[in-house]
Write a protein that binds this ligand. Structure first.
Ligand code: GLN
Length: 254
């Protein structure tokens, strides 16, 4: 039991950016903390609300349709942009899914209109002319949940996006597509990562299907708070492994 530890989670725009089991991802993080006796605190920041970057160690922003993104983008930049940037630079973990992921970049081009993003990741998104990129997806992610895990972590999920994301020269992808479309359906890359920030098109529901990713985010967030390395107690995870395998099979792997 690590009762001295607490995961301090901040959800950005939970009312507006939540279309793909995003609440479920947060509940999963909460449960994994509770099962280990780790404290969990939840806070939300919606339209017009700022936050103190020193008070939250895991920031979450979920998916949203183009319409929702237009509504939150400007507000997010104005009311939270500096705090998000400062939290990331200071080592806070951040998970941005789909619509939220797109808003990490410089811009999202929707026809004639360009939405300005946070610019915390070197990427741009353009609304594609062609079909939406939809389906089950599996990627090999260059993430190491523990110091002894050298192998790429296989993540599986579901993607559904019209936007095509292109990483700039300064950006590192989250991983390589094994099955599915990824960032743009062309370059074989998926998501972005920088420091402890992760952006991805995988949702539906990402964390319950990929428990090691949830634990990685929890560990990084707790480390930022405590200033020392955190090794999480393993959990039983039989169901979590089954859900991962089922998602992998649905994507055409496993
Ligand atoms: N609106 C964005 C797109 O379609 C993201 C949608 C989403 O969050 N699934 O590209």
């Amino acid at each position: 039991m690590r009762t001295d530890l607490e995961l301090r989670l901040l959800a950005l725009y939970p009312e507006q950016m939540n279309i793909y089991a995003d609440r479920g991802n947060i509940i999963f993080l909460q449960r994994r903390c509770e099962w280990r006796g780790i404290g969990f605190s939840y806070a939300a920041a919606g339209p017009g609300e700022g936050f103190d970057p020193g008070e939250h160690d895991l920031v979450y922003i979920g998916g949203g349709q183009d319409r929702d993104q237009v509504l939150v983008a400007e507000d997010m930049l104005r009311s939270k942009g500096a705090a998000i940037d400062s939290a990331i630079e200071d080592g806070a973990a951040l998970l941005a899914v789909c619509g939220g992921y797109q808003l990490l970049g410089h811009s999202y081009q929707l026809g004639e209109r360009s939405i300005q993003g946070l610019g915390v990741a070197d990427l741009e998104t353009v609304r594609g002319e062609g079909e939406r990129l939809i389906g089950n997806i599996a990627i090999e992610a260059d993430l190491r949940p523990g110091p002894d895990d050298a192998e790429a972590l296989v993540l599986s999920g579901f993607e559904n996006h019209g936007g095509r994301t292109h990483l700039g020269a300064g950006a590192t992808p989250l991983g390589r597509v094994v099955h599915g479309h990824g960032n743009n359906g062309r370059d074989g890359l998926e998501g972005v990562r920088r420091l402890n920030m992760i952006g991805t098109y995988m949702h539906g529901p990402l964390l319950p299907k990929n428990a090691p990713l949830a634990d990685l985010l929890i560990a990084r967030a707790l480390e930022r708070r405590s200033g020392s390395e955190v090794a999480l107690e393993p959990l039983e995870d039989d169901l979590e492994r089954l859900s991962h395998q089922a998602a992998l099979r649905a994507a055409g792997g496993g």
